[in-house]
Design a binder for this molecule. Structure first.
Ligand SMILES: [Zn+2]
Ligand SMILES: [Zn+2]
Length: 269
């Protein structure tokens, strides 16, 4: 749209493959110029955390952006991973031993079991370096940074393991791949579900959010509009999916899956 107002968010620094943008006081987006997801730094009065960290190969640019703010990796207390996809979490192993690594328990389980299919390792061509999760999160947990209080919301759909962090007082919504600016859909992957996605978006719609800090794309100061569009699109996607299944010959398409289940059962004979 040509009449879109200029971005209220200020670019502070440009590194090789990343840009540092201020989202709010003590809240920064590190936006990578390649396929990596956005990383966020939240500098609280008691603790400093990151939410997602991007691909492992982008780590030098991540450090350069943090360095511009006078932040070293040792100053990060916790790295919260939004879900298991490696474009969000590839660099997390760099923080082993210095910061706690946290993720929803379903993401933590996939990551700890090295479930490469769920983590999309081939798609992102990431090295096979283990990432260890120290803290397994659940809906209703609260991460208290002093002047920020981040509520952990379980928002499945994109995968089974997605979380959203919400600071109610400040209206900050860290929604990763569940809600994106302009209502762009994050897609439904392996363990995900479009119906779960819709339910998660309905929950986000009810929040008094002011700034949307997503896993991909720009920052948004219109999260209410974004969630409304995303809900329309997800309902359309649900209808498309229904038509797709109607069009398929269900029996022949599910036969290989059923056969593999039968083969597994045979092992017990
Ligand atoms: Zn994802
Ligand atoms: Zn993503």
């Amino acid at each position: 749209m040509s009449d879109r107002k200029p971005s209220p968010f200020k670019t502070l620094f440009d590194a090789e493959v990343a840009t540092l943008i201020q989202a709010a006081d003590d809240v920064y987006q590190i936006r990578f110029k390649n396929r990596a997801a956005n990383a966020y730094l939240v500098r609280g009065s008691k603790r400093t955390i990151m939410i997602d960290v991007g691909l492992s190969t982008n780590y030098p640019s991540l450090l350069a952006c943090l360095g511009h703010l006078g932040v070293t990796p040792e100053m990060i207390d916790m790295v919260v991973l939004s879900h298991e996809h490696l474009d969000h979490i590839g660099a997390a192993y760099h923080f082993h031993g210095s910061a706690y690594i946290a993720a929803h328990r379903l993401a933590a389980n996939k990551i700890m079991l090295r479930d490469d299919f769920s983590m999309l390792r081939k798609m992102f061509n990431e090295p096979n370096v283990p990432i260890d999760i120290d803290i397994w999160l659940e809906e209703g947990n609260l991460i208290d940074l002093g002047n920020f209080r981040l509520n952990v919301m379980y928002t499945p759909g994109h995968t089974s393991a997605c979380i959203t962090l919400f600071d109610q007082d400040k209206g900050l919504l860290f929604a990763a791949d569940t809600l994106m600016p302009g209502g762009v859909m994050g897609g439904v992957f392996g363990s995900g579900s479009i119906a779960d996605y819709i339910q998660s978006l309905e929950r986000l719609k009810g929040l008094n959010s002011k700034i949307l800090l997503s896993g991909h794309g720009r920052l948004s100061d219109t999260p209410q509009d974004d969630v409304r569009i995303a809900l329309q699109r997800s309902h359309a996607l649900l209808e498309d999916t229904a038509q797709l299944f109607d069009a398929l010959d269900a029996r022949s398409n599910f036969e290989p899956i059923m056969q593999s289940v039968r083969d597994l059962n045979k092992l017990d004979d």
